[in-house]
Design a protein around this ligand. Structure first.
Ligand SMILES: *[C@@H]1O[C@H](CO)[C@@H](O)[C@H](O)[C@H]1NC(C)=O
Ligand SMILES: *[C@@H]1O[C@H](CO)[C@@H](O)[C@H](O)[C@H]1NC(C)=O
Ligand SMILES: *[C@@H]1O[C@H](CO)[C@@H](O)[C@H](O)[C@H]1NC(C)=O
Ligand SMILES: *[C@@H]1O[C@H](CO)[C@@H](O)[C@H](O)[C@H]1NC(C)=O
Length: 297
């Protein structure tokens, strides 16, 4: 599917700058706060006394159960939960249903020798259209030690996901778009003021769900990806009953502060859900930075 991206990713230096868009500012700030916390904790690790050092000795960890509790407000837990969010969105999201991590309740990590690190996260998510909270999500995220980037393996379930009912909205939207005389198009979502026109909201969500696929595939143990912006979207002709869209999206990698543009094609209908059919990283300089860059909010 996205076979070109590994090559492209290695070749091109990435775009600088980081527009602060209203919609994502809170989550970015939360991530930055989490990063600062992590720095704080690293500093304190450097000043351990002997007793504390002993407590960290690996021989005190039961080798049959090498599970380490993580502070849920620190970055490692947030990072793993974000991967679960991307996974959940790609598998269960739609143009009227988009999940964001709401609260992390419990987090632990497990070093699996010669395999990688597996995170266990208990968390809740908030659906963005209805603002409803889904409690009791749990996820396992395995970051394998590999030479080349490989998508983390994820299992994720939420007890109560079915309480978010968007199937009527999805069907209505599907028929609306199917019967439009002209293909739908959009640019710069959100606009320079941080606003998203009502009719563009489904395309903003769908862009986010498609981008979640890319962000999940691109994540590793030291990344935290958000979609910052839809640069452009246009509806494509499709011969089957799927709606197809061509997107250019701007992704923000919070740890490195890199902004990268991806091109992707996304297919959707209410019964089959969302599929990213093509995607590739765009080389630096192909795209102008979004207007919002010049009008920091
Ligand atoms: C997690 O970190 C926060 C911020 O440093 C701290 O206030 C809190 O007590 C910690 N929680 C646990 C369970 O250690
Ligand atoms: C979530 O799990 C807790 C503890 O297992 C339980 O008490 C609570 O009822 C659950 N909530 C939902 C909405 O399922
Ligand atoms: C996901 O669940 C399957 C089936 O229980 C299991 O074999 C696999 O190891 C799990 N993956 C992760 C990342 O925990
Ligand atoms: C994680 O991904 C980032 C961004 O692509 C890359 O710079 C970094 O080297 C990767 N880290 C690991 C451990 O693979």
């Amino acid at each position: 599917m996205c076979w070109t991206l590994w090559i492209v990713l290695g070749l091109f230096p990435l775009v600088d700058g980081h527009p602060k868009l209203k919609t994502h500012q809170n989550s970015l700030e939360a991530a930055d706060t989490a990063l600062n916390h992590q720095n704080g904790s690293l500093n304190s690790v450097l000043h351990l006394d002997d007793g504390e050092k002993a407590a960290l000795e690996p021989n005190l960890v039961d080798p049959a159960f090498p599970m380490k509790e993580l502070n849920t407000s620190y970055y490692p837990a947030a990072r793993a939960a974000k991967v679960a969010q991307h996974y959940l969105n790609y598998h269960h999201g739609s143009p009227s249903k988009w999940f964001m991590v709401h609260a992390i309740k419990q987090a632990s990590s497990e070093d699996i020798s010669e395999v990688g690190t597996k995170y266990h996260i208990q968390f809740s998510v908030q659906e963005q259209a209805t603002k409803e909270i889904v409690e009791n999500c749990s996820a396992e995220i395995l970051f394998r030690q590999t030479e080349v980037q490989s998508a983390p393996e994820v299992n994720c379930t939420c007890n109560d996901l079915l309480k978010i009912k968007t199937s009527d909205a999805d069907h209505a939207l599907y028929h609306h778009i199917k019967h439009q005389p002209d293909p739908m198009t959009g640019t710069d979502i959100p606009d320079s003021q941080g606003n998203i026109p009502k009719e563009m909201k489904p395309l903003w969500y769908l862009g986010g769900i498609g981008a979640s696929f890319i962000m999940w595939q691109q994540s590793n143990e030291s990344t935290l990806y958000n979609m910052a912006h839809v640069h452009s979207v246009k509806q494509l002709n499709s011969e089957n009953d799927l709606l197809a869209f061509d997107y250019v999206v701007l992704l923000h990698e919070v740890v490195s502060q890199e902004m990268i543009h991806w091109h992707m094609q996304v297919a959707w209908n209410p019964t089959q859900g969302v599929t990213v059919t093509q995607c590739h990283l765009l080389p630096k300089g192909t795209m102008k930075q979004p207007l919002a860059e010049k009008h920091k909010i």
